[in-house]
Design a binder for this molecule. Structure first.
Ligand code: SAM
Length: 244
């Protein structure tokens, strides 16, 4: 039926698409996508042909208005090049406009690189902060890391190969002693998750410049790392001390 369908697509392995996503893609009236070539390839793989409308961060209010108008009578899908739309990808304004227009909206969950990286890393996952891409410029990158230094959660960033070593150096400078994980090429043939100190990882990736897409994860400040059992023990300790 008519409305907006936010559909997650694979982040590498084309089998990582849900049955519901395939069904909605096959039955929709058209697909708003970042890059018609990228989405065209996925559709070809699925044996589906649909009108594709380019929608990205450069799209203007009138492009959104046109899409929202369609959603009143047609089933419009939103996808990004890979993974979950809106997560470091376009779509936020489109969803907000659709919401404000009273259009029916639903989201079909699926692959998302930050979640795959978090679950693979072995870092604490009870609390995490996803902060998108680190800024490119040195000062801004340092400031962004300093801003989150005290956050008691695993920190997650999206990263690219050419910038990884510089980011690791910045982490060593601003968040020294933290365990860091680099999750690369998730769901693909050369998937890798490597954990160490920022210095160790910087040395490795200087010797082996990383290709492909990366999720960078930083463990919480040391005092924030405890599992539930330890938390219970701490509580018992505290209560005993209070009684004494
Ligand atoms: N919307 C996507 C999602 O749900 O993960 C993210 C889009 S963002 C523009 C692209 C970034 O996501 C990459 O630079 C990388 O940091 C991360 N990424 C995407 N696919 C990945 C993969 N297969 N392995 C590791 N990181 C990936």
């Amino acid at each position: 039926s008519a409305g907006l369908y936010i559909v997650a697509t694979p982040i590498g392995n084309l089998a990582d698409i849900t049955m519901r996503a395939v069904d909605v893609l096959a039955r929709c009236d058209g697909i708003a996508c970042e890059d018609t070539r990228v989405t065209g390839k996925l559709l070809k793989h699925l044996g589906v042909a649909k009108p594709l409308w380019r929608y990205n961060d450069h799209s203007e209010a009138r492009d959104r208005a046109r899409l929202v108008d369609r959603m009143r009578t047609e089933a419009v899908v939103l996808v990004s090049d890979a993974g979950t739309p809106l997560i470091s990808d376009p779509g936020f304004r489109l969803v907000r406009d659709a919401r404000d227009a009273g259009v029916a909206i639903t989201s079909l969950p699926g692959a998302c690189a930050l979640i795959a990286g978090l679950t693979l890393s072995g870092l604490p996952n009870d609390r995490f902060l996803f902060a998108g891409f680190l800024p490119v410029k040195d000062k801004a990158r340092h400031d962004a890391l300093a801003d989150v230094a005290k956050v008691e959660a695993t920190l997650i960033f999206y990263e690219t190969g050419p910038r990884l070593v510089k980011s690791l150096a910045a982490i060593e400078a601003i968040l020294p002693g933290r365990e860091v994980s680099v999750a690369r090429e998730l769901t693909k043939l050369f998937e890798e998750c490597r954990t160490g100190t920022p210095d160790e990882l910087a040395a490795h990736y200087t010797a082996h410049p990383p290709k492909g897409e990366i999720v960078l994860l930083i463990a919480p400040p040391v005092e924030a790392v405890f599992d539930t059992v330890d938390a219970d023990a701490l509580l018992v300790d505290a209560l005993t001390t209070m009684k004494a």
